[in-house]
Design a protein around this ligand. Structure first.
Ligand code: IMP
Ligand code: MG
Length: 179
């Protein structure tokens, strides 16, 4: 795609797919005794979730949740609103939360607290991307794809005003500030 908003590639398609296969193997081994319920956070995690699930050799189940955070388009405020809740009951399930990117960690902190209150048997997090040095509290991530510099990135599910989600790689955003 030729678009001036697409900056330098941060994680290319091959690196993404190689790392996702590794994560899938780790998860397959760790959950051999009890397959996880994958909980994807829409919309950003949809592409990662689809590839990750295919790399897990276990009978996983799926659910999705959509959240929106108040604040500007490139910064979260930490106040999170559930736009679409889960369909399934989490009681006694091994829940694996699948997130696209951890920036301040505020969205994740909210989600973790919210899901814990539903009494899962276990709750772990798999985040594709973690921005270096920005988390105010320890996000306690069991599975991390890549640690990246704290720039705004697009692609592979991540958007600016709903664009760029279908890029098969992660790139730095180089366009005008989103409105
Ligand atoms: P946090 O609450 O600051 O950790 O932000 C997490 C959420 O903000 C993610 O789930 C994304 O939806 C969004 N986000 C944070 N950084 C980026 C980015 O660089 N590109 C696109 N979305 C981002
Ligand atoms: Mg977004």
């Amino acid at each position: 795609m030729n678009d001036p908003g697409i900056g330098p590639v941060i994680v290319d398609e091959h690196e993404l797919q190689t790392r996702i296969r590794e994560l899938g193997k780790e998860i397959t081994a760790d959950y051999a005794d009890g397959p996880p319920l994958l909980v994807g956070i829409l919309k950003g995690a949809f592409m990662f979730m689809a590839d990750l699930a295919r790399a897990i050799d276990l009978p996983v189940e799926f659910d999705f949740m959509a959240v929106s955070s108040y604040g500007s388009a490139t910064r979260t405020s930490g106040v999170v609103r559930i736009v679409k809740d889960l369909d399934l009951d989490l009681t006694d399930r091994h829940v694996l939360l699948v997130e696209d990117i951890v920036d301040s960690g505020l969205t994740l902190a909210y989600l973790r607290k919210n899901l814990k209150a539903r009494h899962p048997a276990s709750l772990e997090v798999c985040a594709l991307l973690v921005k270096e040095g920005l988390q105010k509290t320890d996000p306690d991530l069991k599975y991390v794809g890549f640690r990246i510099p704290p720039d705004f990135v697009i692609g592979y599910g991540l958007d600016v005003d709903e664009r760029y989600r279908n890029l098969p790689y992660v790139a730095r955003y180089a366009g005008p500030p989103p409105g």
